[in-house]
Design a protein around this ligand. Structure first.
Ligand SMILES: [Zn+2]
Length: 193
């Protein structure tokens, strides 16, 4: 669950108010059943058979199949196969590591710059009204991939689903992943896909 901090692009909303709303939503949101999403279930099923690292594998093979959006010298951007929202991307160092503080400075600088560029590209492509950004480090923090650090970026729209889809199990994905990739790719053109 990406929730390290919440960024709201709407200028008339103060951070304090957003944080208060975030926790109110957490307390008030009922525990909901996951919506039926056939493509998502297929990915969940296939993931059980795949013991490799999705980030290391992303730069090998077919970028279309790997949902890769682009690479830089030290980082990569890919779509999340289990998205919390349309346009949910992940940014990871190309180095296979779980240790973010130990990442060499040039690689961390590249990662941060790639995060910034991805935000700009997603903003341009999808025109979201806000974003959730987060990094989960360790199993107790909810990391799905434990040994390769990665950022999540989740675009948000006012009223996009029900209460805080990053916190509940409701996920409504209006586009299939490959369609989303095709739509995003032109906006990541300055990266080497
Ligand atoms: Zn890896």
């Amino acid at each position: 669950m990406p929730a390290a901090y919440t960024c709201d692009a709407t200028p008339d909303r103060g951070g304090r108010r957003c944080v208060a709303r975030f926790f109110r939503a957490l307390l008030e949101a009922p525990r909901m059943e996951r919506l039926w999403a056939p493509w998502r279930m297929a990915y969940v099923g296939s993931a059980r058979d795949d013991r490799g690292c999705i980030f290391c594998d992303a730069t090998t093979g077919d970028p279309h199949e790997r949902l890769l959006l682009g690479t830089t010298a030290h980082s990569l951007i890919m779509l999340n196969r289990f998205p919390y929202q349309n346009g949910h991307v992940m940014i990871a160092p190309r180095r296979h590591t779980a240790d973010l503080p130990a990442l060499p400075a040039p690689e961390h600088t590249d990662l941060a710059e790639t995060l910034r560029r991805a935000l700009a590209s997603l903003g341009e492509a999808l025109r979201p009204e806000g974003f959730n950004l987060g990094m989960n480090l360790g199993a107790c923090a909810g990391a799905g991939v434990l040994d390769h650090v990665h950022w999540h970026i989740v675009p948000r729209w006012n009223g996009d689903t029900n209460f805080m889809p990053v916190l509940t199990d409701i996920r409504v994905i209006p586009e299939y992943l490959q369609d989303t990739r095709k739509r995003l790719l032109p906006h990541f053109g300055d990266l080497q896909a």
